[in-house]
Design a protein around this ligand. Sequence first.
Ligand code: NAD
Ligand code: LMR
Length: 343
Amino acid sequence: MVKVAVLGAGGGIGQPLSLLTKLDSRVTELSLYDIRGAPGVAADLSHVNTQAKVTGYQPASPKDESQLQKALTGCDIVIIPAGVPRKPGMTRADLFKINAGIIKGLVTGVAKFSPNAILLVISNPVNSTVPIAAETLKQYGVFNPEKLFGITTLDLVRAETFLAQLLKINPAEVKGKISVVGGHSGDTIVPLVQSTPLGKQVARALSSDQYSKYINRVQFGGDEVVNAKQGAGSATLSMAYAGYRFAELVISALTGTPSYDSSKIPEPAFVYLPGLVGGKAIAQQAGVDFFAVPVVFGAGASVKTVINPLEGLTGSEKKLVEVALKGLKPSIKKGEDFVKGAA
Ligand code: NAD
Ligand code: LMR
C-alpha cells in the first residue's frame, strides 16, 4: 500500500513520471497536484488498468492550500518536479529566482500535511532547492535527513548511456558499475569511472582526450537537450525515467519487494550528509553538508547508510571533486540563506 504524490504533475516531467508511477503495481494511490492541469492528467491516467487510484488537485487561487492538503495527506512518497525549466543560454542557477519560492511553498505543504513522507526533489537548481527543502522542513521541526533526496539520477543515466556508446556495449552492462556524485549542474557533476570495476576497460578503450570529452558530455548533457528543444524546455522524458528509477528503489525499500537491491548497487542522490549514518565523515572530508553520494536504504525506505565515494579516487577524479566543491558551496549557502531570510 503506497501513496505517491507528484507536485507539478501537469508539466513536461510530471506527466510521464506520473504515468510510470501509475504502472507500478505496488502503488495504490497516486495524487497529482499542479497549479494547472492536474485534474485532466489524473482523469487521463485513471483509465490505465493498474490498481493505483488517481486523483488530481488544482488550487482555486494562489492562497488556496486546501487542494495541496488533500493531495499530500497520507502520502508515503512526495516527488516534486514543479517549477520552470531552462531555455538555451540559461544556467540552472538562473532558475533560482522563480523555483526557490515554488519549492519553499510546496515543501511547507509537505511539512504541514505529510511530514513523514519521503521527499524526492527534482526541481532545479537541485544544488540549492534541496538545501531550501531542508531548511524549510527544519523551520517546521520535521526535518529528517534520511527522508530527503535531491534527484541526480539523470546524471547517472547519461553516464551509463554515453559510456556504453563509447565502449560499444549494451548500457545494461554498465548499470551499477559506475557512479556520479557531487551536485547537479555543470562541473559540480562528478562522474566516477576510472576508480570503478570498469576503470581498466575504460583506460584500454578511451584515449585521455576521449575520456575528457566523455566527462564533459555527462556534465553538460542537460545543455544538449535544452539546445535541441530550442526554447521548449529541458529534459522531460529521460528525467521522468530517471525520477522513476530512483522512486522505484524507494518503493522497493518501502514495500520490501526489491526488484533492485540498493545494498548491492547503491545509487546516488543529493543528501544532507551530517544527519546520515556514514555521512558525517564525508561532510568533514568534503567540507560541504550536501553532496550526491550512493545511498543504501533501510527499513521504511529511510537511509540506512551512505557510501563514501571520495575514497580510492584516481588523481583526475580528485581534481573533478575539487572543482565540484567550489561550485557547490555557494549554491548550497544560497538555498539555505533563502529560507533563513538572509538572501
Ligand atoms: P514544465 O514547465 O513542463 O512543468 C513544470 C510544472 O510545474 C508545470 O505544470 C507548472 O504548472 C508546475 N508548477 C509551477 N509552479 C507550481 C506550484 N507552485 N505548485 C505546483 N505546480 C507548479 O517543466 P519541466 O520540464 O517538467 O521541469 C520541471 C523542473 O524540473 C525544472 O525546474 C527543471 O529544471 C527541473 N529538471 C530537473 C532535472 C534533474 O535532473 N533533477 C532534470 C530535468 C528537469
Ligand atoms: C538536466 O540535467 O537535463 C536538467 O537538470 C535540466 C536542465 O536544465 O538541463
